[in-house]
Structures are given as C-alpha cells and as structure tokens.
Design a protein around this ligand. Structure first.
Ligand code: PLP
Length: 421
C-alpha cells in the first residue's frame, strides 16, 4: 500500500502542484490535502461495502470542504461534538446521514443534534436514555429519535493502549458481559420517543488484522439476537493505513468479504434477519491524502545529528502520544548526495518533541531546505495545539494543478482575540 497521496509524485508534487511552490505560496509548516485521494478512497469504501453504509469519522480531519466532499461521495458522517456538528451544518451535510457519538454528551450537544435532526444518536451510558427521551419529545420533528447502543464486545484489537476501545477495561460503551448493554437496550425499548435501531462498537484504531472485527461482529450479532434482532449493526472504524514504506494497511475488500459473511453466518445460526452494516473509517479515508511540509531551521551535529524543523508536537502530537513512526524526505528535486542517519525534532521546549527519531536525510541538508512527511491527513490538524503559542498551520487543498487554502494559518492576533482578561 502506498504512503503518499494517489496523485503524488513522492516528495515532489501532489495534485499536480509542486511542494516547493505550495511552501513558497502558503509558508511552512503547512498541511497539504489531496482532494482526489479523499474522493477515490470514499468511492473504494462505498463500493466494497455496498449495499451497506460507510460513515466518515469527522474527528480524523474536519472542515466545511471535507463535509461537501463526503456528502457528494454519498457517505454518511460520524460526529462526536457540538463543534463537529456545527461544521457539518455549515457545510450543508444532510442531517439524516449524521450519527452523533460521545462517551459524555453535553446537554447543549444533545439539543443541537436533535434540533438539526441527526439520523441516529449512539447511546454510551444509561443516564443518556432518560435525557434523550425527555428531549426527543420536544424535538421539532416530533417523531421517534433513532438510537444505537454502543456496546463493549470484549475484543482486544492489539493496538496502542490509548486507542484500544473494545476491551472491558476501558471507558467506552456498555458491557455485553456484565449485562449493562442489555439493560440499556431495554430502557430504550420502553421509551415511546426513542427507536432502538441497532448496536454499535468501535474496537480501536490503526488495526491491520481482520480477526478482531470478525470476533466483534459475531458477538454483536449474538447480542442482537437476544433482543430479537435489530435493523442496524455498526462496527465502527479503526482501519489501518501504512505510515512508512513496507507497512500494511487494512484491505477494505477483504474486510467487507470476511465481515459480511461472518454476520450472515451468525444471523442464520441465531435465526434473525441480516442487519444493515455501517462502518466508520476516519484515518483510512483521509490519512494518506495528506502530507506536511516543514522548513529546516537548524542542523546540529554532535553525538547525534539533530535536524530542527519549524513545527513539531503542536502540529503532530502522535509521536509523543503513541510513539508513532513516520517517514520523512527532503522535498523537491532528488539529490545525488548520500544520506545520513538523523533525528528530526520540532522546535518546542521539550526533549520529547521528536518527530522522527530514525530518519535518513541527505548529508548536504541545510537550514532553509524543505522537508515533507507523508500520511499526515488524519489526526494531525485535528489534534494540533498552540503549545508554546505556535500558530496552527494552514490546510491547503490541491486538485488538478490548483492549490487553495481550506483552513488559513492561525495568527498571533487569533490567539490574542481569545485572551480577553
Ligand atoms: C475514532 C472513531 C472512529 C474512526 O477511527 P479511525 O481509526 O480513524 O478509523 C470511528 N468511530 C468511532 C466511534 C470512533 O471513536
């Protein structure tokens, strides 16, 4: 699987626009997003899963343009906050194709979701049932709000602990094993303003193996059978993409075959109708669509060679959070210079601000050179911070030889705007 955007000439151009030109026009650091890549991934997912449903998980990367692209490609949408919902609305995303998630939903969030008329709300705790029931009566639609129950299938996806969300010992979902999930399902069934449409699980992120998905699907079908069968089975997201050359991603065609046949078998065994499946990829749609551009600020020779770039953990916290590993290259024309092992670090005031501990970069690398990191479309801009009062980078879209900003660079004035004391 490729780590670069579909339209890229690796480390040279994306979407027919040279990386050097983008850096010159928009400055660095900058995130670049390939519209074509996003659309092609949406189509691959929709085709592999048809006639089932694919919902893009907004949290991976979200803005109004993305809302339009996802809507145009016919996908549904996952949001998990009032902010994500506000962007969906601003981008004109159809309400009936939206699912609202959240381990703890605020009263404002629930009101906003019901006010917009989101298609489904995924219940994650028992107290939510009463809150939702009370509010649904007052909803403008007046109709029954469709809900799913998020369950904990007791499946370990064997990924980083911070993104393991299918086991018993973590905070998401309601346990099938303890009976909490069935209890909440029955509470929902007793509420005249709510309609129990199905069950949901999300077992983790950056998962390469199909085993966990199959196991979860089977357990969820068995759980649904205990309720006499339900129309929808949502298996969440978590599909892996490769970050470095030679790594594997999750193959969506193999996933679709394996999971749909497991669900059909299990439904037949329990004698219940086959539900409509939903999956919720975030990273798999947007991850490889993005690259980040940095300028080298300094090269420090010593016990090791450190290459200091003009960004760091504020635009990519993933190495510090999860020990994530990345590929990095000098952007622009290839050189004949040999490479040397270097440690690429950010410019934050922390020794932990290491972007790539084991990079190989040209031996003639010098300040001012442009570097590019592939596979930074997911959970990069979305997780960016203002640490050290650095301003968040812009997101630049590229398509068929054109480059334009989706999100502009943050400025010191933006930060001062909030500083009202
Ligand atoms: C994070 C999340 C996703 C998307 O995860 P990816 O690993 O980006 O595919 C989907 N569904 C839920 C409920 C999530 O929390």
């Amino acid at each position: 699987m490729n780590i670069w955007p579909l339209t890229a000439e690796p480390a040279v151009s994306v979407g027919g626009v040279s990386l050097t030109e983008i850096a010159g026009r928009f400055g660095t650091p900058a995130y670049v997003v390939d519209e074509e890549h996003v659309r092609v991934r949406c189509r691959e997912y929709a085709k592999a899963m048809a006639p089932h449903e694919v919902a893009y998980a907004a949290k991976a990367f979200w803005c109004r343009a993305m809302a339009r692209w996802i809507a145009e490609e016919g996908l549904s949408l996952d949001v998990c906050s009032e902010g994500e919902l506000a962007v969906a609305r601003a981008g004109g995303f159809p309400a009936d194709r939206i699912l609202l998630h959240g381990i703890g939903k605020t009263p404002n969030e629930l009101s906003a979701a019901l006010g917009y008329g989101v298609g489904r709300i995924v219940v994650d705790s028992s107290g939510e049932v009463r809150q939702l029931a009370a509010r649904s009566v007052a909803a403008p639609t007046g109709g029954r709000q469709k809900v799913l129950v998020r369950v904990t299938p007791g499946v370990d996806a064997h990924v980083h602990r911070a993104v393991t969300t299918g086991t018993e010992d973590q905070q998401f979902g309601l346990s099938i094993a303890s009976g909490a999930a069935a209890d909440v399902a029955h509470r929902i069934l007793r509420q005249p303003s709510l309609e129990l449409a199905g069950v949901h699980c999300h077992i983790g992120s950056q998962i390469t193996s199909l085993d966990g998905f199959e196991a979860a699907a089977r357990r969820l079908v068995a759980f649904m059978a205990g309720l006499g069968g339900l129309p929808e089975l949502n298996l969440g997201g978590g599909h892996a993409v490769p970050y470095r050359p030679g790594e594997d991603g999750l193959d969506i065609t193999a996933f679709a075959e394996r999971v749909t046949s497991a669900v059909e078998q299990e439904c037949a065994a329990h004698d219940i109708p086959v539900p409509r499946l939903t999956i919720e990829p975030g990273r798999a749609i947007i991850g490889a669509a993005g690259v980040t551009l940095y300028r080298v600020l300094a090269v420090k020779h010593g016990a090791r060679t450190f290459v200091v770039v003009d960004g760091g953990m504020s635009d990519n916290p993933r190495p510090a959070l999860y020990g994530s590993r990345y590929h990095i290259e000098r952007a622009g024309a290839r050189t004949t210079a040999g490479t040397e092992p270097v440690t690429v670090v950010g410019r934050h005031c922390e020794a932990g601000d290491v972007l790539v501990p084991d990079a190989r970069l040209p031996a003639d690398l010098r300040p001012g050179d442009l570097l590019t990191v592939p596979c930074t479309g997911a959970y990069h801009h979305a997780m960016a911070s203002n640490y050290n009062h650095l301003t968040r980078p812009p997101v630049i879209a590229v398509h068929q030889g054109r480059a334009w900003p989706l999100i502009r660079r943050e400025t010191a004035a933006d930060m001062l705007h909030r500083d009202v004391g």
